[in-house]
Design a protein around this ligand. Structure first.
Ligand code: FEO
Length: 183
C-alpha cells in the first residue's frame, strides 16, 4: 500500500527548500567566522546563533517530509557566497538572502494551494510567519547600521554595535524551540 502523502512535485520542492535552509545556515556560519576573524566577537556570536536556527528550519522540513511518508533526499549544499567587504555589506547581504528565501517559501505555498494539499499549505504557514520575523530581524540590523553611519561607521559606533549584538536575543524565538524531536 502506498503511504506517501506528498506528490512527487511537492516532495521535490520541499527537499529543495530543505537544502536551501541548510545553505542559509552555511552562509550565516561563513559570515560569523568572517566577523570573528575581523575581531567582531559580538556580531559573530549573533550570527553563529542564527546559523543554528537555520539548521532547525532545515530539520523542520526534513521531519515533515518523513511524516508525510515521502523520501528525504540529502544533497550537496552549495558553498556560501563570498565574504562581505564590511559589516554594512554583511547586513545588507543577510537581508537580501532572507527576502530571497521568503520568495522560495511563497512558491511552496502557491504549489500546495494549486495541488490542494492543505496539510502542506498549513505546514508552510509556519514558514510564512517565520520569514516575517527573519526579515524584521535582518532589517533591524540594517537600521542599527544606518544610525551608526552605514559604510562610514566610526570604530566607536562599531564597538558599541558589536557589544550590543553579543546580547541581542534572536527575535525569532519560535524557531529556536524547534528540534527534530519537537518540530
Ligand atoms: Fe530559514 Fe532565515 O530563514
Amino acid at each position: 500500500m502506498n503511504t506517501n502523502r506528498l506528490s512527487k512535485t511537492l516532495a521535490a520542492a520541499l527537499n529543495a527548500q530543505m537544502t536551501k535552509e541548510a545553505h542559509a545556515s552555511q552562509i550565516y556560519l561563513a559570515y560569523a567566522s568572517w566577523a570573528d576573524n575581523k575581531g567582531y566577537g559580538g556580531i559573530a556570536n549573533f550570527l553563529f546563533r542564527h546559523a543554528e536556527e537555520e539548521r532547525n528550519h532545515m530539520m523542520k522540513i526534513l521531519e515533515y517530509i518523513l511524516k508525510r511518508g515521502a523520501e528525504v533526499k540529502i544533497s550537496a549544499i552549495p558553498a556560501p557566497h563570498e565574504n562581505p567587504a564590511s559589516i554594512n555589506s554583511c547586513f545588507e547581504k543577510i537581508f537580501s538572502h532572507e527576502v530571497e528565501n521568503t520568495r522560495e517559501v511563497y512558491k511552496l505555498v502557491k504549489m500546495s494551494l494549486e495541488e490542494e494539499d492543505w496539510a502542506t499549505w498549513n505546514f508552510m504557514q509556519w514558514f510564512v510567519k517565520e520569514q516575517i520575523e527573519e526579515e524584521t530581524l535582518a532589517k533591524s540590523l540594517m537600521d542599527k547600521m544606518k544610525i551608526a553611519g552605514g559604510e562610514k561607521v566610526s570604530s566607536n559606533a562599531l564597538y558599541s554595535l558589536d557589544r550590543d549584538l553579543e546580547k541581542t536575543p534572536d527575535d525569532a524565538r519560535s524557531a529556536l524551540d524547534v528540534t527534530a524531536a519537537n518540530p
